[in-house]
Design a protein around this ligand. Structure first.
Ligand code: ADP
Length: 193
């Protein structure tokens, strides 16, 4: 059985986490932010160390351990009843993050919509990340060179995921708006899916 899934897509700082958290609080939606799953690892565990090594450089963690960890997270949440695959829609944020991951998840996900949060002002994104660094104590947001490298990684490795899924499922949403307006645009489309 494949999981009914919506993908939140966009550059670092576009607001995927903000929207994902809100959507995940609606009954029958389950939010999974891949970055949060990584950040919840113990920093002295093998994968925790790998995560710190890659994320502090602004690079993606290698695909195989990423997908394994993700499966593990979903299975745990299914077993504890937080995620109910037969009645819930998965809201994914930060995964798949390159076409290889999309391929690896093809037999697992039934993607019904992709919300592409588009921000026209790169400098706005950078400012949002720098504010978040202070609030959430994130090392990868604290350094401007790492932020810029993350944006390049997004352009080079993550954006091609859009081509993988094609245009039919894609809904472009302006991320330059307030979070409430972004949510409104997502929900307007979501009720039709
Ligand atoms: P952002 O969207 O701001 O980059 P995330 O919390 O989604 O923040 O991700 C932080 C870091 O975690 C990424 O830069 C990357 O190193 C790692 N990461 C998160 N998701 C994935 C993934 N699906 N594949 C590989 N690395 C990931």
């Amino acid at each position: 059985m494949k999981y009914r899934t919506i993908l939140l897509f966009g550059a670092p700082g576009a607001g995927k986490g903000t929207q994902g958290k809100i959507l995940g609080s609606i009954p029958h939606f389950f939010h999974c932010a891949c970055g949060d799953v990584f950040r919840n690892l113990k920093t002295d565990s093998d994968l925790g160390k790998v995560f710190l090594e890659y994320s502090s450089r602004g690079e993606l963690v290698p695909d195989r351990p990423t997908i394994q960890l993700w499966h593990h997270f979903i299975e745990n949440n299914t077993q504890t009843g937080r995620f109910r695959p037969d009645s819930d829609t998965l809201v994914l944020d930060g995964i798949p993050r390159n076409p290889a991951q999309a391929e690896m998840l093809q037999d697992t996900l039934d993607v019904v919509a992709i919300f592409y949060l588009r921000c026209t002002q790169m400098e706005d994104l950078i400012q949002r990340l720098q504010r978040r660094a202070l609030k959430e104590n994130r090392l990868d947001d604290a350094n401007i060179d790492v932020i810029r490298y993350r944006q390049e990684t997004y352009e080079r490795e993550t954006k091609p995921v859009l081509k993988f899924y094609g245009n039919k499922l894609l809904k472009r949403i302006s991320a330059d708006q307030t979070p409430a307006k972004v949510l409104f645009d997502i929900l307007k489309h979501l009720v039709k899916v």
